[in-house]
Write a protein that binds this ligand. Structure first.
Ligand code: DGL
Length: 256
């Protein structure tokens, strides 16, 4: 029997996190659940997000996972505390990487891109109160849908990113936080508009936190062989195919 690490997202975005986790922990087995049939989460109410995330994570728990990564800033904001109170497993959540961006900026501003839910829920409000004096929060309107439909890296994606971010192109933007796990797939489009800004996302930090918790709890795989990856989705065959494609093409889309 395999000892799986469960990775959950509303859809394909968490594959960007899975990719980083695989690099850091190549001998672990990862079971990924994308709730593609219900994405996007970011424009839903907090109650809906909790209900959907709970049902999706139950699917991972049914398979006997040893740890859970909520590879979704939105679901973390709405549901991580509830999940931690419910389970004794290591649970890794995410938040927009505003703290390292604030430390790296040199007098300019920070664009923080995330979903509507992430930006309005208390978790991010607390982050803003401490690190947000130069931050401009922007909802990545339509970006999740772009990635879900397999359009990352296309001229249409460039155009959608340009439409949303052009109003900020004249400002002294030092750092851009990609605070939704779908957005790293659009990093190249963002980079075209802001060639000099430093991009931040939480993928590596999340993978490192996962490793630390596995070490702490004695759960690290001791197999010397490469681990497996299995995808599950509520979105049917088409979503499954796109997820595999995104996993294979991420090296080419990655730019941070
Ligand atoms: N990938 C998710 C996040 O990190 C949410 C995308 C969505 O479903 O709106 O916020």
């Amino acid at each position: 029997m395999r000892d799986w690490i469960g990775v959950f997202d509303s859809g394909m975005g968490g594959i960007s996190v899975l990719h980083a986790a695989r690099r850091l922990l190549p001998n672990e087995n990862f079971l990924y659940y994308g709730d593609n049939g219900n994405a996007p989460y970011g424009s839903r109410t907090v109650e809906e997000i909790r209900r959907l995330a709970g049902a999706a994570i139950d699917q991972l728990l049914d398979r006997g996972v040893k740890a859970i990564v909520i590879a979704c800033n939105t679901a973390t904001s709405a549901y991580a505390e509830i999940l931690r109170a419910r389970l004794a497993l290591p649970i890794v959540g995410m938040e927009p990487a505003l703290k390292p961006a604030q430390a790296a900026r040199h007098g300019g501003e920070i664009l923080v891109l995330a979903t509507h839910a992430t930006l309005t829920l208390p978790k991010f409000q607390r982050l803003m109160a401490t690190y947000g004096d130069a931050a401009i929060p922007v909802v990545g309107e339509g970006w999740v849908e772009l990635v879900e439909s397999g359009m990352a890296g296309t001229p249409e994606a460039d155009e959608a990113v340009r439409r949303l971010l052009e109003p900020y192109a004249g400002r002294p933007i030092d750092c851009i936080v990609l605070g939704c796990t779908h957005y790293p797939f659009l990093a190249r489009s963002v980079r075209k508009l802001f060639p000099n800004a430093k991009l931040f996302d939480g993928r590596l930090g999340t993978a490192e936190r996962l490793r630390d918790l596995l070490v702490r709890d004695g759960l690290l795989s001791n197999s010397g062989t490469p681990g497996a990856v299995e995808f599950m989705t509520s979105g049917g065959e088409d979503a499954l195919r796109k997820m595999q494609m995104l996993m294979d093409s991420f090296d080419a889309l990655e730019d941070v």
